[in-house]
Design a protein around this ligand. Structure first.
Ligand code: SIN
Length: 291
């Protein structure tokens, strides 16, 4: 049994077939049918693999929306995204579509999901319904590794810092994204900005490890500083967080699933297939207040 498979059995009697995708994060899990009524030991083993690898992938799955929500509920309550609410028939489901000719896509900047809320989601399960023949990959970056690689001086500097997270760049009338992409967010005039502050270095509630927790879509400055004062250090930390050695790249197939831990990763959907259709279905899982 490989070291990884052994780790996956720590809290479970089930030994999964877990194959790392890159040095820093990401692993493919083989031999699991996510539509099946999985037993608690198998769910525990998937959770163990998620904690170990930050993001796990599955291929050749067939999931309808109800099965995807049922799977998500095995890991926590479903999180309803405030800015996609009302844009589809089921608020628990976000359909992420790229149609040929779209200039913009959801998630094209390095980000963790929905960090402007007080309790950002712990994770998300993304299912590929339709994928381009090539391109349309998703990149993930391990934020434990990003934190660990900082100097002791930088770790001391950012130890007590809190970042302000806002959704003003990705929703609301001023964001202006709906004109360029098929997936719509709330841009109506009743929309109100959501703002919360979170520690720049958060402690993962399950692993106890420290990780960087700032991202390009939502982090706009540091508490107690202007945005201009914050910008140089914030930009450094956000860019540092996706250095290539902290990342993995996932190549989707129709029926692939990615399940990421939103507490210790960032991700980016690569905007490189303007002539092709890409259709994904996302369910988010509720998280807790970062500390
Ligand atoms: C997202 O940011 O949740 C979307 C990722 C993707 O479509 O690859």
């Amino acid at each position: 049994m490989s070291a990884t498979a052994a780790a996956a059995t720590l809290h479970s009697s089930v030994a999964l077939d877990v194959r790392p995708l890159a040095g820093a994060c990401g692993a493919e899990i083989q031999g699991i049918d996510l539509a099946a009524d999985l037993d608690d030991a198998t769910i525990a083993a998937i959770r163990r693999a998620l904690l170990d690898h930050c993001v796990v992938f599955f291929h050749d799955q067939t999931l309808d929306a109800e099965q995807q929500k049922a799977l998500a509920r095995r890991f926590g309550e479903i999180f309803v995204h405030p800015n996609f609410k009302g844009t589809g028939p089921d608020p628990k489901i976000v359909e992420i579509r790229r149609e040929p000719g779209d200039k913009r896509i959801v998630g094209e900047e390095w980000h963790a999901d929905t960090t402007m809320v007080a309790e950002p989601p712990m994770g998300a399960i993304l299912y590929a319904i339709d994928v381009p023949p090539y391109g349309g990959d998703t990149l993930f970056a391990n934020q434990y590794a990003a934190y660990d690689a900082l100097s002791d001086g930088m770790k001391r500097l950012i130890a007590g810092l809190r970042a302000i997270h806002s959704d003003r760049k990705v929703a609301g009338p001023q964001a202006g994204l709906n004109a360029y992409r098929s997936t719509k967010v709330r841009e109506d005039t009743d929309w109100r900005e959501t703002v919360n502050t979170h520690p720049v270095v958060r402690t993962h509630p399950e692993t106890g490890r420290k990780c960087l927790f700032v991202n390009h879509s939502y982090s706009i400055g540091f508490e107690g500083m202007t945005e201009a004062e914050s910008r140089p250090l914030l930009e450094f930390l956000m860019d540092h967080g996706h250095r290539p050695e902290f990342t993995c790249r996932f190549r989707w197939r129709k029926g692939s699933v990615a399940f990421w831990d939103n507490r210790c990763t960032k991700h980016l959907a690569v905007n490189d297939t303007p002539t092709f259709r890409r259709h994904m279905r996302r369910v988010q899982i509720a998280g807790d207040r970062p500390f």
